[in-house]
Design a protein around this ligand. Structure first.
Ligand SMILES: NC(=O)C1=CN([C@@H]2O[C@H](COP(=O)(O)OP(=O)(O)OC[C@H]3O[C@@H](n4cnc5c(N)ncnc54)[C@H](O)[C@@H]3O)[C@@H](O)[C@H]2O)C=CC1
Ligand SMILES: Nc1nc(=O)c2c([nH]1)NC[C@@H]1CN(c3ccc(C(=O)N[C@@H](CCC(=O)O)C(=O)O)cc3)CN21
Length: 289
């Protein structure tokens, strides 16, 4: 079933994984996936390396998810370093493997790059290309409740999101946003601007100090006072940090669910144990043994 159909019926629930570096084995991630399947996720998305660096691994992992018969694979896909011909080939390769859900992104620029160095500059162009040439795909696009750090204003970022919808996007996957009030403000703003597609909320679990800070700061995303306090208090003690961070994440997820969302998307960070503890605690899914 298409993810957008699921969202019409219930709160969609999903995980995100990233491909291991090419020199590392794939088995630990396959093991993580086996644990994540137990929660019966509606989909599992897999990120896509910039400039095609991890793209091979991305296909391998999406195929493993799809072939498991236990979830639906959603592939991330970017315009970075990608020509139209290469994109067409890769999109067809996904469809040939039964993968028909895609997160259409411009993507992050590798260090020193100021443009995509590909045929498309923005996600709306990729979305339009997919819709026109590969209409079988269900297309997600990124949305940022705190605005994209390169956008001059919320108004321009909202206009760009509306263009992505008008180009054929079926639903939104949000950027991490620790501030749920800000999320609610943004939803109201984009709805007023005519963005009407469902919103799947991305959550970055707070488990380790450095990636927590790095991910927020590199995206221009706020670290609210209560999270800053955890960093200040437990920053030198990884165990206590993780305990407080997991409690923080569980509370944040409950706030999002109460705010009214179409989907909850947890970045698993390829760690099944801590993620399972969080999912068990939020009580959204009973483990399927
Ligand atoms: N799960 C994931 O992998 C997710 C990743 N992201 C990240 O969020 C970021 C934004 O999403 P993308 O799809 O990559 O970017 P995008 O192409 O939608 O936007 C990138 C920037 O360009 C501007 N822009 C967009 N369309 C434009 C147009 N037609 N003309 C002029 N300016 C335009 C936007 O306002 C924004 O500042 C990326 O860094 C992406 O990697 C966000 C959410 C989820
Ligand atoms: N700008 C941007 N790029 C992305 O690729 C991206 C987003 N935003 N937001 C949504 C998700 C979240 N993603 C994430 C989130 C955290 C890590 C992370 O914590 N990575 C570890 C290293 C992982 C490893 O290679 O072992 C880190 O320490 O940064 C990675 C991808 C990917 N996605």
């Amino acid at each position: 079933m298409k993810v957008t159909e699921i969202m019409k019926q219930k709160l969609c629930f999903s995980f995100e994984v990233f491909p291991p570096k090419s020199e590392n084995p794939i088995e630990p991630l396959l093991n993580t996936l086996d644990h994540l399947y137990k929660f019966d996720p509606d989909f599992i998305s897999c990120t896509y390396g910039a400039g095609g660096t991890n793209a091979g691994r991305n296909v391998e992992i999406c195929k493993a998810i799809q072939d498991s018969g236990k979830s639906t694979a959603v592939t991330h896909f970017t315009c970075i370093g990608n020509s139209k011909e290469k994109i067409a080939q890769e999109l067809q390769a996904y469809l040939d493997r039964g993968i028909d859900h895609i997160l259409a992104l411009r993507g992050d620029f590798p260090k020193g790059w100021k443009e995509t160095r590909g045929d498309f500059n923005y996600a709306n162009e990729l979305t339009e290309f997919i819709k026109e040439n590969f209409p079988k795909f269900c297309i997600a696009v990124a949305g940022n409740p705190e605005k994209h750090f390169q956008a001059d204003s919320f108004d321009t970022d909202t206009t760009h999101l509306r263009i992505k919808q008008d180009s054929g996007a079926d639903f939104i996957m949000t950027q991490l946003c620790h501030d749920v009030n800000q999320y609610q403000w943004w939803v109201e703003k984009i709805r007023k601007a005519g963005v009407s597609i469902p919103i799947d909320v991305g959550v970055m679990p707070v488990l380790v100090k450095d990636p927590t800070i790095r991910m927020a700061v590199s995206n221009g995303s706020a670290i609210p006072r209560d999270l800053a306090e955890i960093i200040g208090r437990y920053g030198d003690n990884p165990e206590d940090f993780k305990k407080a961070g997991m409690e923080y994440t569980i509370k944040q997820i409950h706030k999002f669910i109460n705010a009214g969302i179409d989907g909850l998307h947890i970045y698993s960070l390829n760690k099944w144990k801590d993620i399972s503890d969080i999912v068990n605690e939020i009580g959204i899914r009973k483990i399927q043994e």
